[in-house]
Design a protein around this ligand. Structure first.
Ligand SMILES: O=C(O)CCC(=O)C(=O)O
Ligand SMILES: [Fe+2]
Length: 259
């Protein structure tokens, strides 16, 4: 069993269910939880940081994943500018809400995604996990994939609901609760596939910007040291995948798999 060290501090945490980290608004459910701060040796962030690499995922692999995202998101999509497809939960944006692709499309989903698609996702996930572990000095066997893990498609269509508001500054740990390390794999190129849509770390002493590029992986510790936002997309279509890890086995999820 994993040794758990209790810090003994109790803190109230507000959980915001808006996927993009927006605060407030009518349909934002806010719950208050009692959170016992624990430290799990071997994974819990001891070091804060961030890095960007173009050498973990090839542009060819990114292109295959982008086509997967295009096929999946072509089944439906948001009425506003931001759509997601979560292959783990099955959540797919549809109009102003979400459907579960595995329930809604049933066995026909096997005509849209192949076993090879899912194998590539698992492969890429494993490589990203390894590079995060190496960079932060973690034990990769004490890091677990966590939810939500999703493909995103963003264009310049005006937002129709709060789910379309991807541009709000946020802290992933606050927005998603279980995240300890966030990674973003970009599937299209800033400047040629779309404009706007750069990722911005909002530091005390100024902004640091990441330009999305197919195959580029950006990863960072998910806490308040990495407050960030995404610029509004002004033209074209931007594809990315959010793949995140937790140190808490209770929040672990299995890799997405075809039913
Ligand atoms: O797509 C991006 O560049 C960032 C998305 C993001 O901040 C998130 O999913 O929490
Ligand atoms: Fe984020």
């Amino acid at each position: 069993s994993v040794p758990i060290k209790h810090s003994g501090r109790l803190r109230l945490r507000a959980v915001n269910y808006n996927r993009w980290g927006g605060v407030g608004g009518k349909d934002t459910a806010v719950d208050l939880h009692i959170l016992l701060l624990v430290s799990l040796p071997g994974c819990t962030p001891q070091r804060c940081g961030r890095a960007v690499t173009d050498s973990v995922v090839t542009r060819e692999e990114a292109q295959v994943l982008r086509r997967l995202a295009e096929r999946g998101l072509a089944l439906a999509g948001s009425e506003g500018g931001a759509s997601i497809l979560d292959l783990h939960s099955g959540a797919l944006s549809m109009g102003k809400q979400f459907v579960n692709i595995y329930r809604y499309f049933g066995d026909q989903i096997g005509d849209v995604f192949t076993q090879e698609d899912f194998q590539l996702y698992r492969d890429v996930r494993g490589r990203i996990q390894a590079v995060i572990a190496e960079t932060f000095g973690l034990d990769p066997t004490l890091m677990y994939l966590t939810k939500p893990t999703f493909f995103s498609r963003i264009n310049s269509t005006a937002a129709k609901t709060q789910h379309d508001e991807y541009w709000h500054p946020h802290i992933d740990k606050v927005t998603y609760g279980s995240f300890d390390y966030t990674s973003l794999l970009y599937l299209s190129d800033y400047g040629s596939d779309f404009s706007g849509g750069r990722f911005v770390f909002m530091d005390q002493n100024g902004n640091r910007t990441v330009e999305p590029r197919a195959g580029r992986v950006s990863f960072f510790s998910s806490g308040s040291e990495n407050l960030h936002r995404v610029e509004k997309v002004t033209w074209g279509t931007r594809y990315a995948i959010t793949v995140s890890f937790t140190c808490d086995p209770a929040h672990a999820i299995s890799d997405p798999a075809l039913p």
